[in-house]
Design a protein around this ligand. Structure first.
Ligand SMILES: NC(=O)c1ccc[n+]([C@@H]2O[C@H](COP(=O)([O-])OP(=O)(O)OC[C@H]3O[C@@H](n4cnc5c(N)ncnc54)[C@H](OP(=O)(O)O)[C@@H]3O)[C@@H](O)[C@H]2O)c1
Length: 266
C-alpha cells in the first residue's frame, strides 16, 4: 500500500526536489501540500509535474484535513514546531527536515510523540556524507576530549547554527561534552570570538556568499588533530534519497529520533 504524505514547503528549494522524486516513486503518494504563496493551486501546476495532482494549502492545519500516514516539514523554524505538533495531534507520523529547531523544541516534540505513540524522525541533514561524518565524529569523541565545530552556509541563511551543526553537537553530547582547556568565562578579550557553546560543543557559524552548506569538526590533541568535513554542492539531490528513506521508515518506532542513521543499517 502506498504511504500517503503531506509535504509542507513543497514549493521550496528542498521541498520541490522531494515532491518531484515522490511523483516518480511507486510507494509514496502526496495527498496535499503547504505553501502560502501557492495556496489554492494544484501542486503539479506549480512544479510543472502533472503526476502531482494534489492541492496546496496555506497552512498545515488545512492540509491535515486529508488523511495520511506521514507529515513532512521542509519549511522554516518559526512555523515548523507548530506544524509538527498539529500533525502529531492528528495521529500522523512526522519527518522534520527543517533546520533551526532548538533542543527545547525537540524535548517538547518528543513528549508529545511519546504520548501519541507516534514516530518523529528529525534529520538535520539527509546527505549520506553527513550521516557518515556524524558516525565518524561519535567514534572520535570517545577517544579525543576536545573539538570545535565550524558551520558554513550561504549569506542569506537566517538560522544559526545550522540544523546539521546542532544535530552533530547534540549527538556528541551523548558521548561527552568537549572539555576546553580554558573555560569561556576566563577568556580575555572578546568572548564571542570563541563561538557559542551548544549542548557541550563550541560552534562557529559563518554566513557568506560563495558557500552552500558545509560542516567541519576539528578534534585536537597535543601534537595531532583530526578534521572531518562535509561540503554540499548546489542541488538538493543529496537530500532527496535520505528524505524518501525517512518517509518509509518513520512508522517503525515510537518517539523522537534525531539523525538518519537511526533508520540506516550502518
Ligand atoms: N535536513 C536537510 O537535509 C535539509 C536540506 C535542505 C534544507 N533544509 C532545511 O529545510 C528548510 C527549507 O529549506 P529551503 O531551502 O527549501 O527553503 P525555501 O526554498 O525558502 O522553501 C521554504 C518552503 O516552506 C514554505 N513556507 C515557509 N514558511 C511558511 C509558512 N509560515 N507557512 C507555510 N509554508 C511556509 C515556503 O512556501 P511559501 O513561502 O509560499 O509559504 C516554501 O515552500 C530550511 O530550514 C533548511 O535549512 C534541510
Amino acid at each position: 500500500m502506498s504511504i500517503r504524505i503531506i509535504l509542507a514547503g513543497a514549493t521550496g528549494w528542498a521541498g520541490s526536489a522531494l515532491a518531484l522524486a515522490i511523483a516518480k516513486s511507486n510507494d509514496i503518494t502526496l495527498v496535499s501540500a503547504v505553501s502560502r504563496t501557492h495556496a489554492q493551486h494544484i501542486l503539479g501546476d506549480v512544479l510543472n509535474e502533472p503526476l502531482l495532482n494534489c492541492p496546496v494549502y496555506a497552512s498545515a492545519q488545512e492540509a491535515l484535513a486529508h488523511p495520511c500516514e506521514v507529515f513532512f516539514d521542509f519549511t522554516k523554524p518559526d512555523v515548523a514546531k507548530s506544524n509538527v505538533l498539529a500533525a502529531l495531534h492528528q495521529g500522523v507520523h512526522v519527518v522534520i527536515g527543517t533546520s533551526g529547531l532548538t533542543d527545547a523544541d525537540y524535548a517538547e516534540i518528543a513528549t508529545v510523540a511519546e504520548h501519541c505513540r507516534l514516530g518523529v524522525l528529525a534529520v538535520g541533514n539527509f546527505a549520506l556524507t553527513v550521516v557518515l561524518l556524524q558516525k565518524f565524529s561519535e567514534i572520535a569523541a570517545r577517544y579525543i576530549p576536545q573539538w570545535e565545530i565550524v558551520d558554513y552556509a550561504h549569506d542569506d541563511k537566517k538560522d544559526a547554527p545550522s540544523g546539521t551543526a546542532r544535530e552533530l553537537a547534540y549527538r556528541l553530547s551523548n558521548i561527552r561534552p568537549s572539555e576546553p582547556t580554558i573555560q569561556l568565562a576566563q577568556t580575555h578579550g572578546v568572548v564571542e570570538t570563541r563561538g557559542t557553546r551548544v549542548t557541550g560543543s563550541q560552534i562557529h557559524s559563518i554566513r557568506l556568499p560563495g558557500y552552500t552548506i558545509s560542516v567541519e569538526i576539528i578534534f585536537g590533541m597535543p601534537d595531532q588533530k583530526l578534521i572531518i568535513r562535509h561540503d554540499s554542492g548546489s542541488s538538493a539531490q543529496p537530500y532527496v534519497d535520505g528524505a524518501l528513506l525517512a518517509i518509509r521508515k518513520v512508522n517503525t518506532f515510537v518517539g523522537l529520533r534525531r539523525g538518519l542513521d537511526n533508520v540506516l543499517d550502518l
